[in-house]
Design a binder for this molecule. Structure first.
Ligand SMILES: Cc1cc2nc3c(=O)[nH]c(=O)nc-3n(C[C@H](O)[C@H](O)[C@H](O)COP(=O)(O)O)c2cc1C
Length: 210
């Protein structure tokens, strides 16, 4: 039975636009796939492994082809557990706000923990970089206060959806569906609600093909 990891990167609960749209996606998905298990990972309610000191050295040891020292090994265990948990799922759903044109720090922390050589990607001089998380679809609901879509003139400021697509592509994802909810602030609450309702309808449609 497929298991889906639903990553929430907004701490705004019921007020969050990205979570409202991703929740609608999950509801629509569950309607069609009642037996599939959706597991929530609320990043603002989760203590992630610290990624400094010996854990960081452990990463460099892997990249340098060296064995872990006992200290690196024990620091690396928590990192390894987080990666293994991430990779154990069959499909992924992400709810992500734009913060300072990019993603919230908790999601960046999570990415810094899971994107590791030999676990999420490999490198060889002849082949270059190869992603290791393959054959799994991901749906991303991206909310932002302003508008950054084509024709807005602000496309270059989007380090949120573009970064997520890039880093997920880097570790092997090819089936990436992004749904943008914008603007959630810039044009007032009425427009924001309208955009949310439109995005929910679209999310329900996308869930049918997930
Ligand atoms: C710390 C912080 C930084 C933000 N930075 C931006 C930004 O750079 N550009 C933007 O358009 N909106 C920005 N916003 C507004 C959010 O993107 C907007 O409220 C969005 O709806 C958040 O997603 P959520 O509703 O799922 O929490 C920021 C909000 C916060 C809290």
């Amino acid at each position: 039975m497929p298991e889906i990891l639903y990553i929430k990167a907004s701490p705004r609960g019921q007020r969050s636009y990205s979570v409202a749209v991703a929740d609608a996606f999950v509801r629509a998905y569950k309607k069609k796939n009642a037996d599939d298990q959706v597991v929530e990972l609320d990043l603002f309610d989760t203590e992630l492994p610290k990624f400094d000191g010996f854990a960081l050295q452990a990463k460099y040891s892997i990249m340098g082809g060296q064995k872990h020292t006992p200290e690196e090994k024990s620091a690396w265990e928590a990192v390894e557990k987080t990666i293994e948990n991430f990779k154990s799922f069959d499909k992924y759903i992400l709810a992500v706000p734009m913060w300072n044109f990019s993603i919230p720090y908790q999601l960046k922390h999570y990415i810094d923990v899971i994107v590791q050589p030999t676990y999420a990607f490999n490198y060889s001089p002849d082949k270059g970089y190869t992603g290791l998380v393959t054959g799994k679809p991901v749906f991303i609901a991206c909310a932002r206060g302003g508008a950054y879509g084509p024709g807005t003139g602000a496309e270059a400021y989007d380090f949120q959806s573009k970064y997520l697509e890039l880093i997920l592509g880097f570790i092997g994802f090819t089936d990436i569906s992004t749904l943008i909810i914008e603007p959630t602030l810039e044009q007032g609450p009425e427009i924001a609600e309208k955009k949310k309702s439109q995005a929910i309808l679209k999310a329900e449609e996308m869930a049918a093909r997930f």
